[in-house]
Ligand binder design. Structure first.
Ligand code: SF4
Length: 378
C-alpha cells in the first residue's frame, strides 16, 4: 500500500497543537509560545489574520507545517477570547477555500484520507462510474466518478451548496446508499466539511486563563483596528437595521426588481422564480406576513400553501434552515438574470443588495425608501 503524505501546511485544522508541542517544544503551553513576542507561530498568526481581513485570502506560508498548525490554533483561540464568532466564520470559510486550492491538486488517495480525517464516510470506488459525455474522433470522452460517499454524509454537507443543481441528488449516481462523485465535486464538498470542522474546533476551545494570551490579543486587536474590521461590523449592524423589514427598491439588483414587479403584476411565476424572490425577501429581513402580501398577487395564490412554503424558506419550519437566494450563476442558468455581466458587489443578489444599501448609507446612492407592496411596480 502506497504511503500517504498530508502536508499540514494546508490542512492545519487536522492536527492538534498538543501533538506538535509534545514533540517540538515539550513542557510548554500554546499560550506561552504564542505570547512570546517574535515567535514564528505568533508572527505567522498575525500575518494570516491581516491577509484574511484585508485581502480575503491566506498569504502563502514560508513557515514549516508545525508553525502553521500552531498559528492556526493560536488565531482561533484569540478570536474565541475576543468572542467574535462572525470573524471565526470568516476565518473558517477562507481557510476552507485555501485548503481547496491545494486539495483539488492532490492525488485521490490523499483526498480520501483527508476526507476520512474530517469524519466523512468515503472510499475510492472499486468500480468507478464512467458516463460517456462526448467523443473526439473515435475516442469516447467519459465523465468519471471515482469516489463514493455515504448518502447521509453527502446530504449533511450540502447545506450551502443545496441550491446549486450541480449538487442536487437527482443529478448524482446513487447505489446501495452511496453517492458516486467526480473529483471536482468531491473536493468542493470537502471545502464545506473543512469550514465546519474549523467552526467545531472554535466552539470546543476552552480557555482557562485568557490573561496568558494578553500580549498576543493586543496585537490581534491592533490588526482588527488597522484593517477596519470593527468599523465594518458597526456598519453591517447599521445595514441590518436599515434593511430589516424594509423594501428599498432602489437598492434591489435588477433580477429581484424584475421578479417582484412580475409578481405584483399578477404573473404566474415558476418554481425557481418564486423561490428566488421569497428567499431574497426573507434574507433581507422581511417578515413572512409582508412577503405573503406580495404573493397574494399570484394567480394561483393559496394562503395555506404559500405560508407553509415561505416559512420553510425563511427557516421557520422543518429543518430550520434559512435558505440563501440563488447565486448569480444559478440565476443566470435559470434565465433569471436580466443582465449580461454581473452587478457590482458580489455574485449573489443579496450581496449586491447589501452593497447598494452600503453605498446609500455612505451618501453615494439614492434616497428613496418604500415598503408598500403596491408600489413595487414603480
Ligand atoms: S448579476 Fe446577479 S445580482 Fe445582478 S441581476 Fe444578475 S443575478 Fe441579479
Amino acid at each position: 500500500m502506497a504511503t500517504i503524505i498530508i502536508d499540514y501546511t494546508y490542512y492545519p485544522f487536522l492536527q492538534k497543537p498538543e501533538e506538535i508541542i509534545s514533540i517540538r517544544l515539550p513542557g510548554l503551553k500554546l499560550s506561552k509560545i504564542i505570547n512570546t513576542p517574535g515567535s514564528p507561530a505568533r508572527s505567522r498568526a498575525l500575518e494570516i489574520l491581516e491577509s484574511i481581513i484585508s485581502k480575503g485570502r491566506i498569504k502563502p506560508s514560508r513557515q514549516d507545517s508545525e508553525t502553521e498548525v500552531l498559528a492556526f490554533h493560536a488565531l482561533l483561540t484569540a478570536i474565541k477570547i475576543i468572542g467574535d464568532k462572525k470573524l471565526a466564520q470568516k476565518i473558517a470559510v477562507i481557510y476552507s477555500k485555501h485548503s481547496w486550492t491545494r486539495l483539488r491538486e492532490e492525488p485521490l488517495p490523499v483526498i480520501v484520507s483527508i476526507a476520512k480525517a474530517l469524519g466523512i464516510n468515503t472510499e475510492i470506488a472499486k468500480k468507478p462510474v464512467k458516463i460517456p459525455v462526448g467523443a473526439k474522433g473515435k475516442t469516447i470522452i467519459y465523465n468519471v466518478k471515482p469516489v463514493v460517499i455515504k448518502l447521509k454524509d453527502y446530504l449533511s454537507l450540502l447545506h450551502r451548496l443545496a441550491m446549486d443543481p450541480k449538487y442536487a441528488l437527482v443529478n448524482q449516481i446513487l447505489d446501495k446508499g452511496y453517492v458516486y462523485l467526480e473529483k471536482e465535486l468531491f473536493t468542493r464538498i470537502l471545502e464545506e466539511a473543512v469550514a465546519r470542522r474549523i467552526m467545531r474546533i472554535y466552539d470546543e476551545i476552552i480557555i482557562e486563563n485568557p490573561d496568558e494570551y494578553s500580549g498576543f490579543i493586543n496585537d490581534v486587536k491592533n490588526i482588527l483596528e488597522k484593517t477596519g474590521w470593527f468599523e465594518k461590523q458597526k456598519l453591517t449592524v447599521e445595514i441590518e437595521k436599515t434593511t430589516s423589514g424594509v423594501i428599498d427598491l432602489e437598492a434591489f439588483p435588477p433580477c429581484m426588481k424584475n421578479l417582484l414587479n412580475r409578481l405584483v403584476n399578477g404573473e404566474n411565476l415558476g418554481h425557481h422564480e418564486r423561490f428566488a424572490i421569497a428567499a431574497f425577501l426573507a434574507r433581507i429581513g422581511m417578515d413572512v406576513d409582508t412577503i405573503l402580501e406580495y404573493f397574494k398577487h399570484a394567480p394561483d395564490y393559496n394562503e395555506k400553501i404559500a405560508r407553509y412554503q415561505i416559512e420553510h424558506i425563511a427557516g421557520l419550519r422543518g429543518s430550520r434552515k434559512k435558505y440563501l437566494p440563488y447565486n448569480c450563476d444559478t440565476m443566470k442558468s435559470y434565465g433569471l438574470c436580466p443582465i449580461q455581466d454581473y452587478c457590482e458587489g458580489g455574485r449573489n443578489p443579496l450581496a449586491v443588495y447589501k452593497r447598494n444599501v452600503w453605498k446609500k448609507l455612505r451618501g453615494k446612492g439614492g434616497k428613496k425608501t418604500n415598503n408598500n407592496p403596491k408600489k413595487a411596480e414603480e
